[in-house]
Each structure stands twice: as C-alpha cells, then as structure tokens.
Write a protein that binds this ligand. Sequence first.
Ligand SMILES: [Zn+2]
Ligand SMILES: [Zn+2]
Length: 364
Amino acid sequence: MSARRDPAGGGGTMKNCEYRQIEPQGLGTPNAAPPPPAGANDADTRAKRRRKWEVFPGKNRFYCDGRIMVARQSGVLPLTLGLIVLTSCLFFVFDCPFLVEHVTSCIPAIGGALFAFVIISLLQTSFRDPGILPRATADEAAYTEKQIDDSASSSYRPPPRTLEVIINQQVVKLKYCFTCKMFRPPRTSHCSLCDNCVERFDHHCPWVGNCVGKRNYRFFYAFIVSLSFLTAFIFGCVTTHLTLRSQGGKGLITAVQESPLIVCFFSVWSILGLSGFHTYLVASNLTTNEDIKGSWSGNSGVQNTVNPYSYNNIFANCCAVLCAPLPPSLIDRRGFLPTQESPPAAQPQVELPVFVGKSDLTVV
Ligand SMILES: [Zn+2]
Ligand SMILES: [Zn+2]
C-alpha cells in the first residue's frame, strides 16, 4: 500500500492538501506524539497519555521523564563519580598550587580539561541507551513460534531454538531469547541484571551503572582512556611535587604527608591495564563478551574460527567501532503509548504523515 502520492501528478484529489516536503527526521521519529484530538480537554489528554518508559519491561530506572536511563543496580556509579571528584579535588588543592609556583601554570588547565572530559564521557556512558532491543509483541512472538514449529521435523524432540546465519563465510549461531521472545541478532546478548537484550553487548559495567553495548561503547572507551590520562597525569604531577619537595631539604615522609595523592600509584596501573585491554578489543573489533567466551579463538569448541566482524585492518576496525554513525535508540522511551494503552510495539511503525488526508490514500 502506498500512502503517499506523487506531488507532481497530484491533480484533483490532492487539491485540498497542501503538499509539503517530508522531512527525513519526521519519518525517522515515527513515534512522535500524535496531536491531541480537536476539542479534547488538554489536561485530560495529558493525564491519559503515558510514555513508553513507564511500562518498559526491563529492569531499568528512568529519570527526567525518560530522558535519563540507568540500570537498577546503579549504586556504584555515585562511588565512581565520588572517587574521581575527590581525587581531582585533592590534586587541585594539595599539588596544583606548588606546581604552578615551581613548574608551570598550565598544570591546572590540563588537569581541568582532562577532568571535564572524564566526567562527560562517564555520564554519556551511564545515562545512554546501550542499544536495547525491544521485546517482541505477542503477534511477532506467535509468528516466530510458528516458524520454529514449521521447521521442526516429524520427530518428537522439540525443535532446536537456534538459527544459523553466514557472516563473512563464517557460520554464526543465533540463540532464541525466551525473555524477549525472539532470535537474538548477531553479537546480541541478554543482560541478566538489566533484563534486556543489548546489541553488540560488551559487558555490564557496575562502575558506570549500565550495560556497555553498541550505542555507548565509544563513550565507555573514551571514559577509560581519558581516565588513564588523568590518573597518569596526576601521578606524574604528584611524583614531581614529591621530588621537588624532598630536594628542598624536607624528608620524603614529610613530602608524602603534604601530597596524599600517592594512592594514584595503585590505581594508575589497573586503569592503564583496562585501557590497554579495550584498545586491543577495539583494534580487533571484538567485544569483552566474545573475548571471555573465546567465541573466535577456538576455545568454544569450534575449530578454525576467525572473527567474522573484523576488517583485518587495525585502522578500519578502530573506525568501525569508534566512528561509525551511532544508530538511533530502538526503545523510543519518550514516545507516547497509543491511547488504548496497548503495550509498546516491538518495532516502530511508520505512521502516516498527518497532512495526508484519509480520503487521499491509494491502494496500489
Ligand atoms: Zn533478551
Ligand atoms: Zn546490564
């Protein structure tokens, strides 16, 4: 069925409709709020209309009317934020004044820029939809069940709930998700803590209080890399501070008391190690999940496997993981539910542009 007519060939039936160019973003956000019916009481309409996040089936928490989403167990996130803020404050209070006086006045500016970058990328990782796939609707689930039943042989054994697809000459098995009632697309995994299927699932990170997946991996990577730079920078400054102070006639113990940030010595190695590990993953286009399971290294029992998602080029892999266009969120958490309060559709349905009159529909 075609809902739109060729504006050039419009003619008689289009005379009551003023033609307007359909904006791409208009079709890209098909679940935008429909206009309230004419004459309806605004307050009543607003009270009846509920946003999709209010009935979201996963275990996420939403704030600011659905603009911010975090995992339910996000209690460690304030600790992460607190540690970063506390360490940076101690650095600015105890080390910066001495270093500005004796080394250079650029040190607070560099520290401040790194600190801001770390906090922004942390919040982007934590509050962003990691790439959650909406659950199947009852109709879609019934259709999938029928497909599974049809594919079964006449034996009494239940049909296998796996699909095999070929990606880059490599057989990839798709598992059925009993919670989301669908076959998980390649690289998708169900996070048991958030109770969602997440595309290109990397891992669930309690430190950032969110899953890390297709839509927030680059922010997570920016976070750990910038945090490595910040801790290494602070560690370098603290070491310089201590060295200069101990050379000035004071003992090392007195100098350490005046710069409590020697604790950076212990944290800097773990953060640098984590950054190095994720740099390796980015360069080989792997996820933590695939690396731990050994999906492409032969550990999973299948021999002669290679990572089918890799471009076999470090630069191309980095571009694909970090610079590819960010896909839109599929859960449309701020969209309105239909007025009859039915559960949200699994896939956004493209609605007719409001300016197309019903009488002008043409069935082709
Ligand atoms: Zn699932
Ligand atoms: Zn999760």
